[in-house]
Design a protein around this ligand. Sequence first.
Ligand code: MF3
Ligand code: CO
Ligand code: CO
Length: 293
Amino acid sequence: MEPPPTIIATSSFLKLPYRHWSGSLYLLAIKKLIPLYLHEQEREGLRAAGRFNAELMDFLRVHIKAGVNTLQLDKLANQYTLDHGHKPACLGYLGYPKTICTSINEVVCHGIPNTRPLKDGDIINVDITTIVNGWYGDQSETFLIGPVSNSAKRLVQATFDALFVGIHAARRGGTVTEIGRAIQSFATKAGFSVVREYQGHGIGRDFHQEPGVPHYPVLTSNRDLIKAGTCFTIEPMLNIGSWKTRVDTKDKWTVRTIDGALSAQFEHTILMTETGPEILTLTQNGPQEGHKF
Ligand code: MF3
Ligand code: CO
Ligand code: CO
């Protein structure tokens, strides 16, 4: 498959935060001049949020199987979060109606939990974000339900591996562009396309903040430096067919591939430290780097 050319900008509304924060170029300039490099106490806040979010994923993981519906998963996630004294971040965010996002098969992201039971052969991404003492943790995983097609399995494997390729491409003192370049190059070699209209993001006391983290090379990301204390997500979405997507006209949330072909995604929250990238949203129970599906 031909890699798409490097372009200057993307067109997403949700994950290009500075566009919907303010229409003001002045504010954009200020935000560019004041990057968020977090000191140790702030990093501890983010670590605690990432850890709790990862524990929530551990709790949910065992429930994600054939016969269960996504509304049940949503209720479990909501209850677990509240029981631990924390806040679901997605619920009410820009009017989003549920606690988690559940994106099945051709759904790329932002699928809304519903009563359709999971069935053998499905692949489902579960994306969870929580707020712990004001700090955000954000992660997602794609799950195989029962036996799935070989192509689905290869897609999920490549997407998982692409996340770790992206994590390794994040260098202290490097730029955000290097992450997208590495992910796109890896995905293209594996025969998959990379979604361009949704991207990773800075994260901290806000859900979506600078820098935007495209999963393909975007020239404007050259000026986004990754320093110790930068915290951001990497969350590649890979498709079997076209990289293009379409938002559901009725619910205004569900994002599907334009051609109906399968899509997968994995996400972690990453803190750049003096000694390299630290994955904040991983426990020993989650799939580790090198995991084979
Ligand atoms: N968790 C998603 C992300 O990775 C955002 C979901 S926003 C929602 O950035 F409103 F759809 F929940
Ligand atoms: Co995210
Ligand atoms: Co997420």
